[in-house]
Design a protein around this ligand. Structure first.
Ligand code: HEC
Ligand SMILES: [Cu+2]
Length: 342
């Protein structure tokens, strides 16, 4: 269904109507005061126009009542905008539970995406309707920006760090995906689509792509070939370096005092720039892997470390079909309202 106002893009995510409501409120307030002020202005110009060349107007005396009214009313209106805007903002930026995770790498001039089950896509993102989808994004070159107007959400994709965003599509269909940050000559061609499918169709689509390795499995191989195992143990149990099993999402105590949450960004930094945040109790012996691994590979290593949950689950599923059942490809395995995806 096209939206009832022709200039507004289609609305197809769980929070798009909230963004629209806020937007209409802001437009309404703006329109109201524009009309009020310009109307009053025109009225006064006519009503108090100079009638004789020698006329001297009566001086205006202050009015505390008037001052108070036109201070308090705008203040209250501004606060409604602030509180409402903040609540919509927090809604969008609070990371969701049980989301499907998709890794996104932007580069001049395309989007490369990979699902936790291993499926790769370019300039297309297939997602099921009614499920929360979380994107973990970075760039290989310059700043890009992942923008899906129909979902009313966008986020910068920045080289050297991860940004995340999430959405829940509410209607099957194909929606525009734009790069919303000028990124060079073919920026305008950096477009794609988000394809929202019924859960059953999405399931079929996922299983139709056998043979691709999950990011966690690819990360496990990198972990071995890059020699991470020599310090962190063959399956992350620890040694000269800290254990990586069960690390993800926990609070890490740092040698410098203080703690940090082990999110994707922290894991990435620990590999690229190990000395930036030393884990308490360990020396600065880990070499940097800057320049040795691509952003794709970094995401795979991060996916592998995330998949290490402790006893019994340290080996990622080798095939995508296995990964679709409960497995370290946790995003897909998570319990969710759409039963056919479990
Ligand atoms: C020479 C030994 C050594 C090698 C090789 C090594 N590490 Fe480390 N790693 C360490 C030590 C020691 C620490 C703790 C000190 C620090 O934070 O740098 C650490 C910390 C980490 C952390 C942060 C862990 C936490 O609990 O906060 C991660 C993640 C990590 N390493 C991943 C890797 C990966 C992935 C590789 C392979 C690409 C690797 N390491 C290779 C020694 C090593
Ligand atoms: Cu771009």
């Amino acid at each position: 269904m096209q939206s009832w106002i022709p200039i507004v893009p289609e609305s197809a995510s769980s929070f798009s109507w909230k963004v629209d409501a806020l937007y209409f409120y802001l437009s309404g307030v703006t329109l109201f005061f524009t009309l009020l002020i310009s109307g009053t202005l025109i009225f006064f110009v006519i009503r108090y126009r100079r009638r004789t060349p020698y006329e001297i107007p009566r001086p205006v005396a202050g009015s505390h009542k008037l001052e108070t009214v036109w201070t308090v009313i705008p203040f209250v209106i501004a606060m409604t905008m602030f509180v409402w805007g903040a609540s919509v903002f927090f809604d969008q930026y609070k990371p969701p539970q049980n989301a499907i995770e998709v890794y996104v790498v932007g580069k001049q001039w395309m989007w490369k995406l990979q699902h936790a089950t291993g499926q790769r896509e370019i300039n297309e993102l297939h997602v099921p309707v009614g499920r929360k989808v979380r994107l973990i994004m970075t760039s290989e070159d310059v700043i890009h920006d992942f923008f899906v107007p129909a979902f009313r959400t966008k986020a910068d994709v920045v080289p050297g760090r991860y940004t995340t965003m999430w959405f829940e599509a509410t209607k099957p269909g194909t929606y525009h995906l734009f790069c919303a940050e000028y990124c060079g000559m073919n920026h305008s061609g950096m477009i794609g689509s988000v394809i929202v499918m019924e859960p059953r169709d999405f399931d079929n689509w996922l299983s139709g792509n056998v043979g691709s390795m999950t990011p966690a499995t690819a990360g496990q191989q990198l972990y071995q070939t890059l020699g991470c195992a020599s310090c962190h143990g063959g399956s992350g149990e620890g040694g000269r370096g800290p254990a990586l099993t069960g690390t993800f999402g926990t609070q890490i105590s740092l040698a410098s005092g203080g703690t940090v949450t082990a999110d994707e960004g922290y894991l990435r930094e620990s590999i690229i720039n190990p000395q930036a945040k030393l884990v308490a109790g360990f020396g600065p012996i880990m070499p940097t892997f800057q320049g040795q691994v691509s952003e794709d590979q970094l995401m795979q290593l991060v996916a592998y470390i995330k998949s290490l949950h402790g006893a019994g689950t340290t080996t990622p599923a080798p095939t995508p079909s296995a990964a679709a059942s409960p497995s370290p490809a946790r995003a897909v395995a998570s319990p969710a309202p759409a039963p056919s995806i479990r």
